[in-house]
Design a protein around this ligand. Structure first.
Ligand SMILES: [Zn+2]
Length: 251
Protein backbone atom coordinates (compact mmCIF):
# COMPACT_ATOMS: atom_id res chain seq x y z
CA UNK A 1 0.00 0.00 0.00
CA UNK A 2 1.39 3.38 -1.00
CA UNK A 3 2.00 5.66 1.94
CA UNK A 4 2.41 9.41 1.35
CA UNK A 5 3.73 11.98 3.78
CA UNK A 6 2.96 15.59 3.02
CA UNK A 7 2.13 18.91 4.59
CA UNK A 8 -1.39 20.12 3.90
CA UNK A 9 -4.01 22.76 4.70
CA UNK A 10 -7.70 21.92 5.04
CA UNK A 11 -9.69 23.91 2.44
CA UNK A 12 -13.10 22.48 3.28
CA UNK A 13 -14.80 19.38 4.62
CA UNK A 14 -18.05 17.49 4.68
CA UNK A 15 -19.21 15.33 7.53
CA UNK A 16 -19.47 11.64 6.86
CA UNK A 17 -21.48 9.23 8.97
CA UNK A 18 -21.40 9.58 12.75
CA UNK A 19 -17.86 10.70 13.40
CA UNK A 20 -15.88 11.04 10.17
CA UNK A 21 -15.12 13.86 7.74
CA UNK A 22 -14.05 13.99 4.13
CA UNK A 23 -11.43 16.71 3.96
CA UNK A 24 -10.36 18.63 0.88
CA UNK A 25 -6.68 19.30 1.52
CA UNK A 26 -4.27 21.47 -0.41
CA UNK A 27 -1.04 19.54 -0.03
CA UNK A 28 2.51 20.69 -0.56
CA UNK A 29 3.49 17.73 -2.76
CA UNK A 30 0.36 16.31 -4.37
CA UNK A 31 -1.86 19.26 -5.17
CA UNK A 32 -5.43 19.08 -3.96
CA UNK A 33 -6.68 15.78 -2.57
CA UNK A 34 -9.74 14.39 -0.84
CA UNK A 35 -9.10 12.33 2.26
CA UNK A 36 -11.19 10.58 4.88
CA UNK A 37 -10.42 11.47 8.49
CA UNK A 38 -11.91 8.53 10.32
CA UNK A 39 -13.35 9.24 13.75
CA UNK A 40 -12.06 12.83 13.72
CA UNK A 41 -15.28 14.27 15.18
CA UNK A 42 -14.88 12.27 18.38
CA UNK A 43 -13.61 14.56 21.15
CA UNK A 44 -10.61 12.36 21.89
CA UNK A 45 -9.62 11.68 18.28
CA UNK A 46 -5.96 12.28 17.42
CA UNK A 47 -7.21 13.79 14.12
CA UNK A 48 -9.57 16.31 15.79
CA UNK A 49 -7.42 19.47 15.43
CA UNK A 50 -5.98 18.61 12.03
CA UNK A 51 -9.46 18.11 10.55
CA UNK A 52 -10.61 21.67 11.27
CA UNK A 53 -10.89 24.28 8.52
CA UNK A 54 -7.51 26.01 7.78
CA UNK A 55 -5.52 23.54 9.93
CA UNK A 56 -1.94 23.10 8.72
CA UNK A 57 -0.62 19.61 9.41
CA UNK A 58 1.91 17.02 8.51
CA UNK A 59 -0.21 14.19 7.14
CA UNK A 60 0.49 10.51 6.65
CA UNK A 61 -1.92 9.20 4.03
CA UNK A 62 -2.55 6.02 2.17
CA UNK A 63 -4.59 5.64 -0.94
CA UNK A 64 -7.82 3.71 -0.58
CA UNK A 65 -9.99 2.52 -3.45
CA UNK A 66 -11.23 6.03 -4.25
CA UNK A 67 -10.09 8.43 -1.58
CA UNK A 68 -7.05 8.88 0.57
CA UNK A 69 -7.29 7.79 4.18
CA UNK A 70 -5.48 9.74 6.87
CA UNK A 71 -3.58 7.43 9.14
CA UNK A 72 -1.75 10.08 11.11
CA UNK A 73 -1.67 13.87 11.37
CA UNK A 74 0.62 16.16 13.28
CA UNK A 75 -0.90 19.63 13.54
CA UNK A 76 1.60 22.44 13.04
CA UNK A 77 -0.75 25.42 13.10
CA UNK A 78 -4.49 25.81 13.67
CA UNK A 79 -4.48 29.60 13.03
CA UNK A 80 -6.57 29.90 16.16
CA UNK A 81 -6.57 33.73 16.06
CA UNK A 82 -8.65 33.62 12.88
CA UNK A 83 -11.54 32.25 14.89
CA UNK A 84 -11.65 35.17 17.33
CA UNK A 85 -12.22 37.81 14.70
CA UNK A 86 -15.17 37.63 12.31
CA UNK A 87 -13.50 39.84 9.69
CA UNK A 88 -10.29 37.80 9.64
CA UNK A 89 -12.29 34.60 9.62
CA UNK A 90 -14.29 35.80 6.61
CA UNK A 91 -11.10 36.67 4.71
CA UNK A 92 -9.62 33.28 5.56
CA UNK A 93 -12.73 31.53 4.21
CA UNK A 94 -12.46 33.60 1.02
CA UNK A 95 -8.74 32.77 0.66
CA UNK A 96 -9.27 29.02 0.95
CA UNK A 97 -12.25 29.19 -1.43
CA UNK A 98 -10.02 30.90 -4.01
CA UNK A 99 -7.24 28.36 -3.52
CA UNK A 100 -9.80 25.60 -3.96
CA UNK A 101 -11.03 27.19 -7.20
CA UNK A 102 -7.60 27.41 -8.85
CA UNK A 103 -6.05 24.16 -7.61
CA UNK A 104 -6.41 20.82 -9.29
CA UNK A 105 -6.57 17.36 -7.86
CA UNK A 106 -3.22 15.61 -7.74
CA UNK A 107 -1.50 18.44 -9.62
CA UNK A 108 1.21 19.73 -7.36
CA UNK A 109 1.64 23.46 -6.87
CA UNK A 110 4.05 24.12 -4.07
CA UNK A 111 3.92 27.86 -4.78
CA UNK A 112 0.17 27.96 -4.20
CA UNK A 113 0.51 25.90 -1.03
CA UNK A 114 3.21 28.20 0.38
CA UNK A 115 1.26 31.32 -0.62
CA UNK A 116 -1.82 30.14 1.23
CA UNK A 117 0.15 29.01 4.29
CA UNK A 118 1.98 32.34 4.60
CA UNK A 119 -1.15 34.38 3.92
CA UNK A 120 -3.13 32.61 6.65
CA UNK A 121 -0.17 33.00 9.00
CA UNK A 122 0.13 36.77 8.51
CA UNK A 123 -3.64 37.24 8.54
CA UNK A 124 -3.81 35.50 11.92
CA UNK A 125 -0.76 37.31 13.24
CA UNK A 126 -2.13 40.78 12.52
CA UNK A 127 1.06 42.71 11.81
CA UNK A 128 0.21 43.50 8.17
CA UNK A 129 -2.98 45.43 7.34
CA UNK A 130 -5.71 43.03 6.17
CA UNK A 131 -6.42 45.08 3.04
CA UNK A 132 -2.81 44.73 1.87
CA UNK A 133 -2.78 40.98 2.59
CA UNK A 134 -6.01 40.61 0.61
CA UNK A 135 -4.76 42.42 -2.53
CA UNK A 136 -1.33 40.76 -2.39
CA UNK A 137 -2.83 37.30 -2.00
CA UNK A 138 -5.20 37.68 -4.94
CA UNK A 139 -2.53 39.13 -7.25
CA UNK A 140 -0.01 36.42 -6.33
CA UNK A 141 -2.62 33.70 -6.71
CA UNK A 142 -3.53 34.99 -10.17
CA UNK A 143 0.17 35.05 -11.09
CA UNK A 144 0.63 31.43 -9.94
CA UNK A 145 -2.50 30.42 -11.88
CA UNK A 146 -1.09 31.81 -15.13
CA UNK A 147 -2.66 35.27 -15.09
CA UNK A 148 0.21 37.54 -14.19
CA UNK A 149 -0.82 41.11 -15.03
CA UNK A 150 1.43 42.61 -17.67
CA UNK A 151 2.61 45.94 -16.27
CA UNK A 152 5.31 47.12 -18.65
CA UNK A 153 4.46 46.61 -22.29
CA UNK A 154 1.16 47.28 -24.00
CA UNK A 155 -0.75 43.95 -24.01
CA UNK A 156 -1.99 44.56 -27.56
CA UNK A 157 1.00 45.82 -29.56
CA UNK A 158 3.83 44.91 -27.18
CA UNK A 159 5.29 48.40 -27.28
CA UNK A 160 7.44 49.33 -24.33
CA UNK A 161 6.83 52.25 -22.02
CA UNK A 162 3.17 52.90 -21.86
CA UNK A 163 2.80 56.55 -20.89
CA UNK A 164 -0.96 56.76 -20.54
CA UNK A 165 -1.95 54.51 -17.71
CA UNK A 166 -4.87 52.35 -18.64
CA UNK A 167 -5.44 48.70 -17.88
CA UNK A 168 -7.25 46.23 -20.08
CA UNK A 169 -8.97 43.78 -17.73
CA UNK A 170 -9.75 41.22 -20.47
CA UNK A 171 -6.21 41.14 -21.84
CA UNK A 172 -4.73 41.42 -18.37
CA UNK A 173 -2.32 44.31 -18.69
CA UNK A 174 -1.54 47.92 -19.50
CA UNK A 175 -2.63 49.27 -22.85
CA UNK A 176 -1.20 52.17 -24.89
CA UNK A 177 -3.26 55.08 -26.19
CA UNK A 178 -3.05 53.82 -29.78
CA UNK A 179 -4.51 50.42 -28.90
CA UNK A 180 -7.08 51.67 -26.46
CA UNK A 181 -9.80 51.48 -29.12
CA UNK A 182 -9.33 47.68 -29.28
CA UNK A 183 -9.81 47.23 -25.55
CA UNK A 184 -13.14 45.88 -24.30
CA UNK A 185 -12.86 46.36 -20.58
CA UNK A 186 -10.44 49.21 -20.00
CA UNK A 187 -10.03 51.20 -16.80
CA UNK A 188 -7.86 54.21 -16.06
CA UNK A 189 -5.26 53.77 -13.34
CA UNK A 190 -2.66 56.10 -11.88
CA UNK A 191 1.10 55.51 -12.11
CA UNK A 192 1.16 55.00 -8.33
CA UNK A 193 -1.35 52.17 -8.66
CA UNK A 194 0.75 50.46 -11.28
CA UNK A 195 3.87 50.75 -9.13
CA UNK A 196 2.05 49.45 -6.04
CA UNK A 197 0.68 46.44 -7.94
CA UNK A 198 4.26 45.71 -9.00
CA UNK A 199 5.38 45.82 -5.36
CA UNK A 200 2.50 43.59 -4.22
CA UNK A 201 3.38 41.03 -6.89
CA UNK A 202 7.12 41.01 -6.33
CA UNK A 203 7.44 41.32 -2.57
CA UNK A 204 7.19 38.43 -0.11
CA UNK A 205 4.08 38.78 2.07
CA UNK A 206 6.29 38.79 5.17
CA UNK A 207 7.95 42.00 3.95
CA UNK A 208 4.74 43.94 3.26
CA UNK A 209 4.50 45.17 6.86
CA UNK A 210 6.27 48.43 5.98
CA UNK A 211 4.21 49.17 2.87
CA UNK A 212 1.91 52.19 3.06
CA UNK A 213 -0.77 52.68 0.41
CA UNK A 214 -2.84 55.86 0.24
CA UNK A 215 -6.61 55.53 -0.01
CA UNK A 216 -7.04 56.62 -3.62
CA UNK A 217 -4.45 54.12 -4.83
CA UNK A 218 -5.78 51.40 -2.58
CA UNK A 219 -9.30 51.85 -3.96
CA UNK A 220 -8.02 51.72 -7.54
CA UNK A 221 -6.12 48.50 -6.82
CA UNK A 222 -9.11 46.99 -5.08
CA UNK A 223 -11.39 47.73 -8.03
CA UNK A 224 -8.89 46.46 -10.57
CA UNK A 225 -8.13 43.23 -8.68
CA UNK A 226 -11.83 42.51 -8.14
CA UNK A 227 -12.64 42.88 -11.85
CA UNK A 228 -9.48 41.06 -12.93
CA UNK A 229 -10.26 38.03 -10.73
CA UNK A 230 -13.95 37.96 -11.73
CA UNK A 231 -13.13 38.14 -15.42
CA UNK A 232 -10.44 35.48 -15.49
CA UNK A 233 -11.58 32.97 -12.90
CA UNK A 234 -15.19 33.39 -14.00
CA UNK A 235 -16.52 32.21 -10.70
CA UNK A 236 -18.77 33.67 -8.07
CA UNK A 237 -17.25 33.33 -4.61
CA UNK A 238 -19.98 32.86 -2.04
CA UNK A 239 -17.58 33.80 0.74
CA UNK A 240 -17.08 37.20 -0.89
CA UNK A 241 -20.76 38.12 -0.43
CA UNK A 242 -20.49 37.34 3.25
CA UNK A 243 -17.21 39.22 3.52
CA UNK A 244 -18.78 42.33 1.96
CA UNK A 245 -21.67 42.14 4.40
CA UNK A 246 -19.26 42.07 7.32
CA UNK A 247 -17.26 44.98 5.89
CA UNK A 248 -20.39 47.07 5.33
CA UNK A 249 -21.70 46.40 8.81
CA UNK A 250 -18.40 47.69 10.24
CA UNK A 251 -18.53 50.98 8.37
ZN1 LIG B 1 -0.45 49.25 -27.91
Amino acid sequence: MAITKTQGIVLKYTNLGEADKILTILTRNKGKIKAVAKGCRKPKSSLLASSELFAFSEFVLYKGANLYQISQADTRETFYNLRNDLLKLSYAVFFVEMADAVSEEELSSERLFLLLAKTLYYLAEGEIPIGIINEAYQLKLMDISGYRPSLQRCVHCGKNEVKEYKFDIEMGGVICSECEKFGKNVIRISPGTLETIRILLNTEISRLNTLKIDNTIFNEIDRLVKRFVETHLDKHFKSLDFLNEIKNSKQ
